[in-house]
Design a protein around this ligand. Structure first.
Ligand code: PMT
Length: 404
């Protein structure tokens, strides 16, 4: 069961090789993968959804709307759900659409929404496969980071012989297994993360909070998962698209709730990452009814919140790693290093409010990472996903575990 727990979207397009997709589905299921089949309209001319639904044990999807009910198949959710999206077979037509950002069916909309690796196994006649436009489209997909499973040579449906046969299902499954096994350097590790803002109630309709979107924290959660870890996420209120069922997920509002949830899991974690922007103060009392407008000013008395990272830092065991974040506006390095020591972090990730392209809400960040021995690494402005990968690399270096 080399693919246990892995979620694969199998995109099938209009090609005679679609009959092989039934074998491919069966092999993936046998390896323990969860397979969601999505067909293009022309794929239906070659293979029936009934066959694929039976083999995959899930409805095989091909349209946005479910049976004219007005209920739709959500391509964004599908794109987030998958660990890998595989097009097999990929026709010249869908290849051209993918290369040019077309979005006229569920399969293409899911492709454009997918955050996971995308692989494609073309199948077409030999002259089509060598046509300059097809070669150019393949290169375009590769330039997007999509991986080509090159067509094999042999007898083709046209009766001609040459390169154009879809890679055999057994070989595709072997590639997929190799891929998932190779990147699993956090396999067996348990990771806890706090992400997003906290909300501290003033009255039933108002609260104190901050601008954290949860993007940095969620990018970290996904990176740990991709690298084989089991991940516990404790999230303040966020509104970015997330796929909660991939994780042990707990939604919280206040700093106190976040602390209690973190305390519950802390002991069994190998790594805790404190990426949440926790409110340092909360109203001393929450008004039971909406506070009415009165006079020219209003004073709200605040009390100090628990410092989650600092409290759990006191309970840290020698084999545990704690990673904190620092969001500063002045004397950045000094404050970050002070927090590293005060909160007993092993690493602290400093992001600056002053830096364009870094910090709250954006898809990019720029960070400096410090350990107890000084500055370890400094990033360029990069997507939060890449920053997350860099943080994981540093955690790996910091750890004394023997990771694969
Ligand atoms: O969510 P995004 O929009 O993607 O933005 C990402 C981010 C800027 C929120 C994130 O990268 C970040 O910097 N998070 C920490 C922000 C923060 O609260 O920093 P701080 O310097 O106030 O806190 C230092 C550390 O102590 C942090 O690890 C924080 O989680 C932790 N802390 C702080 C206060 C508190 N009461 N409890 C805590 O655990």
């Amino acid at each position: 069961m080399g693919l246990a727990g892995k979620r694969i979207i199998l995109g099938i397009t209009g090609s005679i090789a679609a009959y092989k997709s039934a074998f491919l589905t069966r092999l993936l299921i046998k390896e323990g993968a969860e397979v969601q089949v999505i067909l293009s309209a022309s794929a239906l001319d070659f293979i029936s959804p009934l066959t694929l639904a039976t083999l995959s044990k899930r409805p095989a999807l091909h349209q946005f709307q479910k049976d004219e009910t007005g209920v739709w198949n959500n391509h964004v959710e599908l794109g987030l759900w998958a660990d890998l999206m595989l097009f097999a077979p990929l026709s010249a037509n869908t290849l051209a659409k993918m290369a040019n950002g077309h979005c006229d069916n569920l399969l293409l909309a899911t492709y454009l929404s997918a955050r996971c690796p995308v692989w494609f196994a073309p199948a077409m006649d030999l002259d089509m496969y060598q046509h300059p436009s097809v070669r150019k489209n393949i290169q375009t997909l590769q330039s997007f980071g999509n991986r080509l499973l090159d067509a094999e040579s042999g007898e083709l449906a046209s009766g001609l012989s040459g390169q154009g046969r879809m890679m055999e299902p057994e070989s595709i499954v072997k590639e997929i297994k190799g891929f998932f096994e190779s990147g699993q350097d956090f396999k067996g590790k348990k990771i806890g993360l706090t992400i997003g803002p906290t909300q501290e109630a003033i009255d039933p309709v108002r609260f104190i909070s901050n601008h954290s979107s949860g993007k940095m924290g969620y990018a970290l959660a996904e990176a740990f998962l991709e690298r084989g870890a089991e991940v516990w996420v404790i999230s303040g209120p966020i509104s970015i698209p997330v796929s909660k069922d991939k994780f042990h997920w707990k939604d919280v509002h206040s700093a106190q709730e976040m602390f209690e949830a973190a305390q519950d899991i802390h002991e069994k974690m190998d790594v805790m990452v404190f990426a949440a922007a926790v409110a340092d103060y909360a109203p001393a009392e929450v008004a039971p009814e909406k506070i009415k407008k009165q006079g020219d000013s209003l004073q709200i008395h605040l009390k100090k919140n628990v410092d989650i990272a600092q409290e759990l830092g006191k309970q840290k065991k020698p084999n545990q790693i704690h990673v904190g974040f620092a969001l500063e506006t002045e004397n950045e390095k000094e404050h970050a290093v002070d927090k590293l020591n005060r909160k007993n972090f092993d690493l602290i990730v400093l992001n600056s409010m002053k830096e364009k392209g870094a910090g709250f809400r954006l898809d990019t960040n720029r960070v400096s990472i410090f350990s107890k021995n000084g500055q370890v690494v400094e990033s360029e402005i990069s997507p939060k996903k890449e920053i997350a990968g860099m943080i994981l690399d540093q955690i790996k270096k910091e750890s004394s575990w023997t990771l694969v």
